[in-house]
Design a protein around this ligand. Structure first.
Ligand code: DP6
Length: 340
């Protein structure tokens, strides 16, 4: 049998983008439309600087299917399907029928509740559109990124960012906007890893289970506008104590909603709880530090930059802590290479 011979050179369109994960201070938990991935609540986050995703997308006329290399491993199944579905949206928008090879690398543990999907889909939205020659307005890019992951639009921006729930059925107002630049309020953010293995339950599934069965879901949704308003004020006034109190309350409420689902969802391990106590103990001793926890057992701790070393040393001594990544407020997603 003859080996197939390429008679024409392939045509490639490639771009690479970077994006940083973001940490929600007022949490997103619940969807108002699962198909369009429309959030049931708005949310407010802070974008990180050191933790980063780097994604290269190469559309190629010779490819006959999409492929995904995530942290050096070729993906199949749900992970690949999620990216394929996303690339379909990009192809439809660009009016091109080209398949792509996507390579994405995280400098932090993937899928362990460190917002890898937020950074991943922010970088993918940017790289894939730019590879096909599209420079989308921020609002449209945010809508696209949201289809990949509800928290991804927040990683398009640096600093403090609000993701709007939106009211419209088509989701055109469910976008992110920046509240404060990364330079305006420098804070330290410590990412305390208690288990770097991939989590067992994904956010989408857990949110849906919460919506369907948690008796607290309705009150969670009803209270969100007040939390968002208080957080906007705290950010505008650089009121760290208020920001921290609202952030802790939002995280605990989100987890309470999930725990009360049937069957109950519990993302924490023993070290997660010990860390919550350690942060509160630090506050009793006069160091302003606040925790937040996403859909995994890691704990993120916010404090003033001059306090970071002391807080880090204290938390490193908590049994069960694997490692602590030191981060700060960073910038939004950006394109780092394009070739056409
Ligand atoms: C707990 O954005 O990962 O981190 O839209 O289903 O992809 P999907 O969910 P995702 O959920 C993030 C949930 C959270 C809280 C937050 O980041 O606001």
């Amino acid at each position: 049998m003859l080996a197939s011979v390429r008679t024409q050179p392939s045509t490639m369109f490639a771009a690479t983008a970077t994006a940083q994960p973001n940490i929600a201070l007022v949490k997103y938990w619940g969807k108002r439309n699962a198909d369009l991935n429309l959030p049931a609540v708005g949310s407010i986050s802070v974008t990180l600087k050191v933790l980063q995703t780097r994604t290269r997308v190469q559309f190629d006329t010779f490819l006959s299917a999409d492929s995904l290399l995530l942290d050096g491993k070729l993906q199949s199944g749900a992970e690949l399907l999620r990216v394929q579905r996303f690339l379909e949206l990009v192809r439809a928008r660009a009016g091109r029928k080209l398949y792509a090879h996507v390579e994405s690398d995280n400098n932090f543990p993937t899928k362990s509740g460190l917002a890898s999907s937020a950074a991943g889909f922010a970088a993918l939205a940017l790289a894939a559109t730019r590879a096909l020659g599209l420079t989308l307005p921020q609002a449209e890019l945010a809508q696209l990124a949201r289809r990949g992951s509800g928290s991804a639009p927040r990683s398009l921006f640096g600093g403090f960012v609000e993701m709007h729930r939106g009211e419209l059925d088509d989701g055109s107002d469910a976008i992110a906007t920046r509240l404060l630049s990364e330079q305006a309020w420098p804070l330290a953010i410590l990412v305390v890893i208690t288990d770097s293995r991939a989590k067992r339950v994904g956010s989408s599934f857990a949110m849906e289970q919460s919506r369907q069965s948690s008796p607290y879901y309705g009150s969670w949704i009803a209270a969100q506008p007040a939390d968002l308003a208080s957080m906007r004020t705290a950010i505008a006034e650089h009121d760290f104590g208020r920001l921290g109190e609202i952030a802790e309350h939002s995280a605990l409420k989100m987890h309470a909603v999930a725990m009360a689902a049937e069957p109950g969802l519990l993302f924490w391990n023993g070290a997660t709880i010990e860390l919550v106590h350690a942060v509160r103990q630090l506050r009793r001793q006069g160091t302003e530090a606040y925790f937040t926890i996403d859909a995994g057992p890691q704990v993120k701790v916010l404090c003033a930059k001059p306090d970071a070393e002391r807080v880090l040393a204290e938390l490193a001594g908590v049994p069960g802590v694997e490692k602590i990544l030191r981060d700060e407020v960073g910038s939004g997603a950006c394109v780092v290479e394009e070739s056409r």
